[in-house]
Design a protein around this ligand. Sequence first.
Ligand code: NAD
Ligand code: FES
Length: 281
Amino acid sequence: MPTKILEKEKLIPGKTSKLVLDAPHIAKTAKPGHFVMLRVHESGERFPLTIADTDAENGTITIVYLVMGKSTAMLEMLGVGDEILDVCGPLGKATHIVPNGQKVICVGGGTGVAAMHHIAKGHHKAGNYVIAVIGARSKEFLLFYDDLAKFCDEVLVATNDGSVGITGLVTDPLKDRLESDKDIAEVVAVGPVPMMEAVTKLTKEYSVPTVVSLNSLMVDGMGMCGACRVTVGGEMKFTCVEGPEFDGHLVDFEELKIRLSSFRGEEKVSMDKHQCKCGAH
Ligand code: NAD
Ligand code: FES
């Protein structure tokens, strides 16, 4: 249904924005891990975004997106007071929250930190000890540090250039922690596919159960088209209805990477046409 934008914050100008949407039904029913499907234009594609936060009292949800193609570029053109043509949700399965009182590490990379935020909040509300490990290329790309610091028990930061936190990738503080702390019940990872793959390789060495939130290509988001299929433990799964979270140690990341790159050519053509129409170049 058409959904009004109540607030917009450009987190990284031209690259990433945060929107607060007037969506009382979704705000009331969405749980950590759920996503929404958006359509910005009558002839536009539908695409998924994991919910970054909800406020049931005020009837709002928060989404954060990386401008990657035509659809997110069109979303970026909307402002406060505009309506998104269609926002459908909550979709997918909610995060499985480990029982109260356990120690959980929530890893987020780049824009994935926003989606991880809602999952970390769920663990915090359930009474778990939450360690957030977040990473970005540099300080100006680091998202949600202040939001996470409000409720997480610890927030560990890594940047590729060392402009804030330690110099390195999220897997560096994660490795240090897994080495020194044998009390971790679960690791959750959300971010670029190579990051989630690297996290699962690492946690396997330490035998720590690991959940990843997969950003598969989606068309209907309702289990009917098969576009979002992934292989988990040798079985085909539909990310939209059986995920988006899966046991990271069982995910076929090679296949996921191939599927995600299969429409890159078409996406580029569509983005170039859109930029020409908008006079962006
Ligand atoms: P990025 O490429 O700038 O990476 C962000 C951080 O992730 C890096 O600083 C590093 O700490 C870590 N990282 C990246 N590659 C790594 C590797 N091989 N090993 C270990 N750590 C690694 O991120 P970006 O440009 O913001 O891209 C965000 C990506 O996240 C997009 O591809 C987007 O589709 C994806 N995403 C996924 C979800 C989801 O639900 N899974 C949600 C939002 C965004
Ligand atoms: Fe169509 Fe999942 S997006 S089956």
